[in-house]
Design a protein around this ligand. Structure first.
Ligand SMILES: Cc1ncc(C[n+]2csc(CCOP(=O)(O)OP(=O)(O)O)c2C)c(N)n1
Ligand code: SF4
Ligand SMILES: [Mg+2]
Length: 317
């Protein structure tokens, strides 16, 4: 169904109010929009790894998950758990034990720590085995639930409790692991990177494609965290937009190997515009650290140019 905001907000909700995530957190609206892409009559099995989203939305006997089947899994096995459920469903369906007119979609959700680090091998395995599942990583760039420890998705030079900016370090010394590209290299039918900026169109359309493409699919969704990044809650939307306009977080999709950048800023802003909105990058604005911002800008430009090049090359073939 093409994106239509009226129809979307009136659809049966799958993730509802009453969870305990912080105000100004990017994850709840992102997950709600993604699940809104499910067709009304379809069921979904959600395999959710531990992390802020899980611990804040599923406190027995309360739950913010509605009209879905929900499994809380450990970090390591969100994808393995979902693979098993999907295979069992396929077998029951084949044996006629499940009505043929009912459809269930299989969706795993994990944070960046649970996806890029601890659950990485089970994710890679599930993708390679060609399960009919969708994996959603909500990426807030650290282990937020346990107090903002660095993950392999923490951006270069970001201040976290285990990469503290001070006399010894200037935040994390390593650049982010690029999981979206790693997923592209699994040669799966659909991979996308998205964010909530301006409206929900980009995220909704990508979620719909991912959920309804047969085979393994993957989405990485930008997920700001006011507590770990240090920004006032009301700045959520502005930060999402700056991440896109500076190309800090490019939004694109790769469908059967063909790249499409889904938003190209008319004027690409310097990365400072994004960095200055958050306390985790405050140390970079000291006179002696200006070169670190230049280093970040170079990394962003290199990756953006790579995407432009891949878009050109893969659309020619
Ligand atoms: C194997 C394992 N290691 C560590 C933990 C402790 N732990 C619980 S939540 C969490 C942080 C999760 O980070 P992420 O996946 O990025 O999700 P976020 O909290 O940032 O949303 C950690 C380390 C755990 N539950 N299991
Ligand atoms: S700590 Fe961060 S990621 Fe966790 S609920 Fe709060 S804002 Fe969201
Ligand atoms: Mg995280």
């Amino acid at each position: 169904m093409p994106y239509n905001i009226k129809e979307m907000v009136n659809k049966k909700a799958r993730f509802v109010a009453g969870h305990r995530m912080c105000a100004g957190c990017g994850a709840p609206p992102a997950i709600r929009t993604i699940l809104n892409a499910l067709k009304e009559d379809d069921n979904a099995v959600i395999s959710n790894a531990t992390g802020c989203l899980e611990v804040s939305s599923f406190l027995y006997p309360y739950t913010a998950w509605k009209n879905v089947s929900y499994i809380h899994t450990a970090f390591e096995c969100a994808s393995a758990t979902l693979s098993g459920a999907e295979k069992a469903y396929e077998k029951f369906r084949k044996d006629g034990k499940i009505p043929q007119d009912k459809h269930t979609k299989f969706i795993a959700i994990g944070g960046d720590g649970g996806t890029l680090d601890i659950g990485f091998q089970s994710l890679s395995g599930a993708m390679e085995r060609n399960h009919d599942i969708t994996y959603i990583c909500y990426d807030n760039g650290a282990y937020m639930n346990t107090g903002t420890q660095r993950s392999s998705s923490t951006p270069l030079h970001a201040d976290t409790t285990t990469s503290p900016a001070g006399k010894v370090l200037q935040g994390k010394s390593q650049p982010r692991k690029d999981l979206t590209q790693i997923m592209v290299n699994h040669n799966i039918p659909y991979v996308a990177q998205t964010a909530l900026f301006g409206n929900q169109k980009d995220i909704y359309e990508k979620a719909e494609k991912a959920i309804y493409t047969h085979g393994p699919t993957f989405i990485s969704v930008f997920s700001p965290c006011p507590r770990g990044w240090g920004y006032p809650t009301e700045d959520l939307q502005a930060i999402e937009k700056l991440a896109i306009d500076t190309c800090f977080w490019p939004v694109y999709e790769v469908e059967n190997g063909v790249y499409k950048i889904t938003y190209k800023p008319a004027k690409k802003l310097p990365v400072e515009e994004f960095l200055k909105t958050q306390k985790r990058f405050k140390h970079l604005f000291k006179e002696e650290n200006k070169h670190l911002i230049e280093e970040m800008q170079e990394e962003i430009d290199r990756k953006w140019n790579y995407l432009l090049m891949m878009e050109e090359v893969t659309n020619k073939e």
